[in-house]
Design a protein around this ligand. Structure first.
Ligand code: GBH
Length: 449
């Protein structure tokens, strides 16, 4: 592959989009405000020992009430794009049936505010907060879930489609299905092969049906999906760990983009999933979308574990690897190679819909947060992205995870990913050094256009 378009002096194609990403359950709080009912994450947060420190998303960043201040922070960054998600249990408290107007109103206000700030809203329909009532009916392992999702998508399209043109069906298909139905790291925390396989297939079906709904109902829709992708390496150079890595790779990197964009499940999964695939399903799943959303942090490692659901488990990164403050490997070359590989495999414009670094940031005596390690990470990763673009990767935008420190799922509030620090006692927002760095980076990239 070769660079398809001329690049500016800053190394980006003209019109490259800069943004940040967030998700509903991680920032909104207001868990019982205005008619919202529990999601599977509210349930999980109430189970003993599932979330670090017993944290919950009940209040989170209280974004549900403080969104105007958060939009002002976005505006200060000079963003092109704000990627957020809608909480399904806010707009359809029981997942289907009765619509909650007050919940719908919240996203009206949010979208209008974002547009007024001159920022393009990118709406993701599902960032893991399935209404608990739908899990009670079987959740994703139930085939009906695809239809529930399509109906929910239609409601959002009808309501927001006049103002929102950029839509994503799901965030990180592989993470929430693998962690939710195979490894007990996400809601609903089931560890069962059959439930896992059914969830994979039904979520794929939901995606395909969702794409059709969005295209039918939103004039000029620009539709995509957000995939986590990162190279999987064996923890040890043994046959067993190499097998584990290959199987985790099939689940993590291919089980969703392959059927959605290439029309088939990866070889290592195809046979196990076949019993759940009905005639016409593969045709319903496979849709040429308009863009490919990539969430990428660093490589992952797999090890053989005969007691695990599929015989593989998470492995450890090598001791001598460069690591973030929360221990995740920092490996910009893997990001570069992922971007180049994606362009070759799926041949779609890529938006990096998440990239960023977790830390334990603290406000210092001067009232500042000097997150030099995050600035270093973002510098290394944007440099790697530019290398990929120069080598022909079709990357059109980059969205940092995340605007705010937030509820980091199983790790609670201890891992901070924000460009803005949040004091969870007072809800005070403090822009970190990385906030100013990103603002200036965007400005310089634009000036080079
Ligand atoms: C994303 O998930 C989510 O979309 C977002 O909600 C979340 O807040 C964000 O990332 C940050 O966590 O064990 O060292 O190899 C990311 C899913 C799962 C990414 C596990 C990397 C392994 C780190 N991730 N993970 S390591």
């Amino acid at each position: 592959i070769a660079p398809s378009r001329p690049l500016t002096a800053a190394g980006y194609p003209r019109g490259f989009k800069w943004g940040v990403s967030t998700s509903s359950y991680q920032i909104e709080g207001g868990h019982d405000a205005d008619g919202r009912l529990p999601s599977i994450w509210d349930t999980r947060c109430r189970m003993q020992g599932k979330i670090a420190n017993g944290d919950t998303g009940d209040v989170a960043c209280d974004h549900y009430h403080r969104y105007p201040e958060d939009i002002a922070l976005m505006k200060g960054l000079g963003l092109d794009v704000y990627r957020f998600s809608v909480a399904w249990p806010r707009v359809l408290p029981k997942g289907k049936g009765r619509v909650n107007q007050k919940g719908l109103d919240f996203y009206d206000r949010l979208i209008d505010g974002v547009l007024e700030a001159g920022i393009e809203p990118w709406l993701c329909l599902y960032h893991w907060d399935l209404p608990q009532a739908l899990d009670d009916l079987g959740g994703w392992p139930a085939r009906d879930s695809a239809g529930w999702f399509a109906d929910y998508a239609a409601l959002c399209c009808q309501r927001y489609g006049d103002r929102v043109k950029h839509w994503a069906t799901f965030n990180e298909f592989a993470v929430f299905t693998l962690f939710g139905y195979c490894i007990d790291w996400s809601a609903p925390g089931i560890t069962d092969r059959e439930a896992h396989l059914k969830a994979i297939h039904h979520v794929n079906l939901a995606h395909g049906m969702g794409v059709d709904v969005i295209r039918d109902l939103v004039p000029g829709a620009v539709v995509g999906a957000v995939h986590n992708r990162q190279v999987v390496w064996p923890e040890k150079d043994t046959d067993a760990d190499r097998r584990a890595a290959a199987l985790l790779d099939a689940h993590w990197n291919k089980a969703f983009p392959d059927p959605q964009l290439l029309g088939h499940y990866p070889d290592l999964i195809a046979e196990s999933i076949a019993p759940y695939v009905k005639a016409g399903d593969m045709a319903q799943i496979c849709r040429r979308t308009d863009w490919f959303g990539l969430n990428h942090y660093g490589p992952i490692f797999a090890k053989d574990d005969p007691n695990a659901t599929w015989g593989f488990h998470w492995g450890a990164a090598p001791d001598d690897a460069d690591k973030s403050d929360i221990g995740w490997p920092i490996w910009p070359a893997a990001f570069r190679d992922e971007l180049i590989g994606l362009t070759k495999t799926y041949k779609l414009p890529i938006y990096v819909t998440e990239n960023g670094m977790g830390g334990n940031d603290k406000v210092d005596d001067k009232g500042e947060v000097n997150d030099a390690t995050r600035i270093r990470y973002l510098t290394l990763y944007t440099d790697a992205m530019k290398e990929a673009i120069a080598a022909g990767a079709d990357v059109r935008g980059y969205y940092v995870w995340s605007l705010l420190d937030n509820f980091e799922w199983g790790t609670g509030y201890q891992n901070r990913f924000g460009l803005v620090h949040v004091d969870y006692e007072t809800q005070k927002r403090t822009a970190k050094a990385s906030y100013a760095w990103y603002r200036d980076y965007i400005k310089a990239a634009r000036a080079a256009e």
